[in-house]
Design a binder for this molecule. Structure first.
Ligand code: PFF
Length: 448
């Protein structure tokens, strides 16, 4: 295994921005608002926040401990910490999950770039509700345009990953994430001036538990994993580049809080806008591509708002795509004689093949299904509903039951007179609570 020159994030702010870069993605801006919409608003938000606190923070810390202590990729980290055991299979499952998620994630990132381009060209206005729907269906089902965009976004990611940790990933996050926060704040400020601002905010923040179905709890847990990039060694890989002076518990809390805040702010942009123009937020996955362009065109300065929104979505998505590519590239790079650049290119080539099938699920292959799912949906299902929860389950068991407690104590280094109690409580969470909750999600996904 290559260990020299692994690189590291050069500053603490770089650590936060890069880690927030992986966590904040399509999961926050695209997925979160529509699942809140589908699950009745405010009450779902309460459950989601509980899930972030009780499962998210302990889960993120567990991956951080494994990554920073071993200074290795998702597979080799576990080989180092548990030599001659099978624990590193969690890492293989993570690398596989990273590869499969990229296969469809890159397609959607490509769509965001198409929509950003069309917004800049001023082509996203002057249509009826139905026409916006048709435009999306025609584009997503086109035999090659979505593929061209997918390859472009993969090449951008390859370029960043090839430049390494501080020179590539950290640099791009340091530039893009502040732009992201600026855009999101401007858009939220605008939301307050929309006619249905009050209605939108009430929908999001006023919990009505009578509308909440029990499955919402499981959906919230699944969303926690996807949104925090948990369960596939992505945070192991990123934290393997943290220096010793980074506080893991503090960083985990900050990243989880920012991730939650971005999801809430995205919903604060979308709900008032959707209600103000007589639409409903229950549209599902196509909400941001079919419904929002029509909403923006009805606002004063509509073109500007649609450019800002798709730029926001694109930045969120590309920084997460880069992290997915990094997980697979780091593993290949550190286990072969290939350079980072070559390793990243090879992964991009393989992902592009997968992406062709994922993209064609909206066109030529839309009627080809396996277990009732298109190829695109199958990739999503296998990763988000199986590989991530299984990965999270075993990482939690590994750190809770098998990892030497002294490693946990050294890595956490909590400076508090009652530190040993925190650590004890934390280990209990990892041993019982976290695996039990994940097990429930897993059963539901398979049987539900
Ligand atoms: N967290 C990303 C999002 O919310 O869109 C998705 C993701 C990125 C999942 C990286 C897993 C991962 F390793």
């Amino acid at each position: 295994m290559k260990t020299e020159n692994r690189g590291s994030f050069s500053s603490k702010i770089g650590v936060i921005l890069a880690t927030v870069g992986t966590a904040v993605g399509l999961g926050n801006v695209w997925r979160f608002p529509y699942i809140v919409g589908e699950n009745g608003g405010g009450a779902f938000l309460v459950i989601y926040i509980l899930s972030l606190l009780l499962l998210g923070i302990p889960g993120v810390i567990a991956e951080f401990i494994v990554g920073r202590h071993s200074h290795a990729n998702a597979v080799d980290s576990l080989k180092k910490l548990a030599p001659k055991t099978k624990w590193h299979w969690i890492g293989y499952s993570g690398v596989l999950a990273g590869f499969l998620i990229m296969g469809y994630y890159a397609v959607v990132v490509g769509w965001t770039l198409e929509y950003l381009t069309q917004a800049i060209l001023g082509n996203l206005s002057g249509m009826t509700v139905e026409q916006y729907g048709q435009v999306f269906d025609q584009f997503a089902g086109h035999p090659y345009w979505p593929l061209v965009w997918m390859v472009i976004v993969m090449l951008i990611s390859t370029f960043v990953v090839a430049r390494g940790v501080s020179g590539g990933i950290e640099k791009i996050s340091n530039v893009l994430m502040p732009v992201f926060f600026l855009i999101i704040l401007v858009m939220v400020a605008n939301s307050f001036f929309l006619p249905a601002a009050g209605q939108g905010m009430k929908y999001l923040f006023l919990p009505n538990f009578s509308e909440l179905e029990p499955v919402a709890i499981l959906i919230a847990i699944g969303q926690t994993f996807f949104s925090l990039s948990l369960g596939m060694g992505c945070l192991i890989t990123y934290s393997s580049y943290f220096k010793k002076d980074v506080s893991l518990a503090k960083t985990a809390t900050q990243v989880v809080s920012i991730d939650a805040m971005v999801a809430i702010l995205s919903a604060m942009i979308i709900f008032p806008a959707v209600f103000s123009f007589g639409m409903q937020p229950t549209e599902g996955p196509s909400l941001v591509f079919k419904v929002l362009p029509n909403v923006f065109q009805q606002m004063p300065l509509g073109t500007l708002w649609s450019i800002l929104f798709y730029a926001l979505l694109f930045i969120a998505a590309i920084t997460s795509l880069i992290s997915l590519l990094e997980v697979v590239t780091a593993y290949i790079y550190e286990n072969t004689s290939l350079t980072r650049r070559k390793a990243a290119f090879i992964v991009t080539g393989m992902v592009s093949v997968l992406g062709v099938f994922a993209s064609m699920s909206f066109g030529l292959l839309q009627d080809v299904t396996l277990f009732g799912k298109t190829f695109f949906d199958l990739l999503d299902f296998v990763t988000a509903s199986i590989l991530l929860p299984v990965g999270g389950f075993f990482i939690s068991i590994f750190v809770g039951w098998f990892l030497d407690k002294r490693i946990i104590a050294t890595e956490l280094r909590i400076k508090h007179p009652k530190a040993h109690l925190f650590i004890k409580g934390y280990i209990y969470m990892l041993r019982f609570f976290v695996p039990a909750c994940i097990f429930a999600v897993f059963l539901y996904s398979l049987l539900g």
